[in-house]
Design a protein around this ligand. Sequence first.
Ligand code: FE2
Ligand code: FE2
Length: 134
Amino acid sequence: MGRGSEAIGVGEQEMDAEHDLLLGVVHALEKAVDAAPRAPVEELLKQLSELSRVHFATEEILMRLHAYPEFAAHQLEHARLVDQIEQVRTEFASGNVQPTRNFASALHHWFTEHIRSHDVALARYVRASRPASP
Ligand SMILES: [Fe+2]
Ligand SMILES: [Fe+2]
């Protein structure tokens, strides 16, 4: 892990590594919005958008592989997060810094809540459905 108190380990290595990356970008975004030259914020939002899509696809493949019963609900949450990120991008692109700032901290909250609930449940299910290792 290695992100101190921010770290939310779900116990699946790949998921944890990707969550660390995502939360790192969210954190950088919150800082960049306050510091406010435009370029880094735009770049971070783009990174966040791309990383999220890749990460959500990884988890959705994992869910399919394990015939995860909560697939639909979890996927819907991912779609909502993607929408939220695109909303932040739209706000920022139209020069609305204050909404961008609010959204950036909301994103942090949405991500951590998603990881704590949906992702923890998914990781638990995957572990339980895997043959016990010696
Ligand atoms: Fe996740
Ligand atoms: Fe997820």
